[in-house]
Design a protein around this ligand. Structure first.
Ligand SMILES: *Cc1c(COP(=O)(O)O)cnc(C)c1O
Length: 404
């Protein structure tokens, strides 16, 4: 950072753009507070630590015990929250899910809050089905509870996926720093931030929300460098890539990419629904993904579908819902920037072929030997042959036209 000071500059510029994207209340020319991380997981560790330390400081001041912090989340949280809780010794209080309702219920979350709650973490875009939690309702209920109790329990929003979606295609949805209790937000640069794996972001509402004692000032490299990260040395390539994407695409570019993702996700949704085999478990609004489960699980289940789809090169995870909806199994297809409508058609075609095959297999289950899935090497070979064939064809064509 000292040798290549521009990398710090680029990081700061990204933080400033992201903080304004999520409506941090900062004045013109005022720097935003945040950090570039390896991903949302590191961002969440840092945000969690800031909440824990702030709560501890306040309890110490008041002469109250500060040894039993807890954090309230939905049971649908991503595993990094469980990691945070275990590594940093914070009790995790999870609001359970139920059949047909797969996100944190804000009413129940606020019921779990007590004087030892360091924050409530809402998710903008549940990992399980992409659904947005109702952060506005959570904020309003918590404002009420804080007024009654005299506590000031804050909110963190895990915007790993939705943080780069909502500002562009749901600008009126209030989930960010427009809500007074939202004190920090994380986003994954390597999800809808459109950068390759290894970058995430955390931003705070204001300086007051990040305890100064967590910031280290080091001068090993010649100048004063404030750092708040869990690691030290890392490459700057991801920051540069993130900065590049921001200035290359701009707000409008991101908006168009996200709109396209949403349209393709809805197209996929309608096509998969039209096959008649599946229940759809994701909403039309949310992270552009499709979560679905089989209507009829008597002959084969979602794991069989996922396993057999691999033969066509598709990797769709099959997994169970969080407690208390573990009996629901689902398949998930995340629609990213590079998932075109043509690919959506192909996926649906391959899902239908897979179901046909599984039905056929079930009908003659005693005699049929399962088809062995192609290994990764075989898949590569197949692609390689196809590519070579096309190359030869185009070379021959060019030659016949006297081009080369
Ligand atoms: C992916 C994800 C994370 C973890 O983010 P990484 O960037 O992979 O570290 C956390 N929370 C949610 C909701 C996620 O979807």
């Amino acid at each position: 950072m000292d040798t290549y000071p521009i990398s710090t500059e680029l990081q700061d510029r990204c933080v400033n753009m992201i903080a304004r994207l999520v409506n941090a209340p900062i004045k013109d020319g005022e720097p935003a507070i945040g950090a570039g991380c390896i991903g949302s997981s590191e961002a969440i560790m840092l945000a969690g630590l800031a909440f824990k330390r702030k709560w501890q400081n306040k309890r110490k001041e008041q002469g109250l015990p500060y040894d039993k912090p807890n954090i309230v989340t939905g049971a649908n949280v991503q595993v990094c929250w469980e990691k945070f809780a275990r590594y940093f010794e914070v009790e995790l209080r999870e609001v359970k899910l139920r059949e047909g309702y797969y996100i944190m219920d804000p009413v129940k979350a606020v019921e779990l809050v007590d004087e030892n709650t360091i924050c409530v973490a809402g998710i903008l875009g549940s990992t399980y089905n992409g659904e947005f939690e109702d952060i506005k309702l959570l904020n309003d209920l918590l404002v009420e509870k804080n007024a009654q109790t005299g506590w000031d329990t804050p909110i963190h929003v895990d915007g790993a996926s939705g943080g780069f979606i909502a500002p562009f295609i749901y600008p009126d949805l209030e989930w960010d720093f427009r809500l007074p209790l939202v004190k920090s937000i994380n986003l994954s640069g390597h999800k809808y931030g459109l950068v390759y794996a290894g970058v995430g972001w955390v931003v705070w509402r204001s300086k007051e929300d990040l305890p100064e004692e967590l910031i280290f000032h080091v001068n090993y490299l010649g100048t004063d460098q404030p750092t708040f990260t869990l690691n030290f040395s890392k490459g700057a390539s991801h920051l540069i890539a993130q900065y590049y994407q921001f200035i290359r695409l701009g707000h409008n570019g991101y908006k168009r990419v996200m709109q396209n993702c949403r349209e393709n996700a809805l197209y996929l949704r309608d096509s998969v629904e039209a096959t008649g085999y599946f229940n759809i478990l994701s909403k039309r609004e949310g992270v552009p993904l499709l979560a679905f489960s089989l209507k009829d699980r008597s002959q084969f289940d979602e794991y069989d579908v996922a396993d057999n789809l691999k033969r066509f090169g598709w990797i769709l995870p099959a997994y169970t819902m969080a407690p208390d909806a573990q009996h629901v199994t689902l398949l998930r297809a995340v629609v990213r920037e590079d998932f075109s409508r043509t690919l959506a058609d192909r996926l649906v075609r391959d899902i239908i072929r897979t179901i046909d095959y599984l039905e056929h297999r079930a009908a003659k289950s005693t005699s049929l030997v399962p088809i062995k899935p192609l290994s990764a090497a075989e898949n590569v070979n197949r692609i390689g042959h196809d590519f070579l064939r096309r190359l030869r064809e185009s070379a021959a064509k060019a030659k016949s036209q006297g081009v080369c």
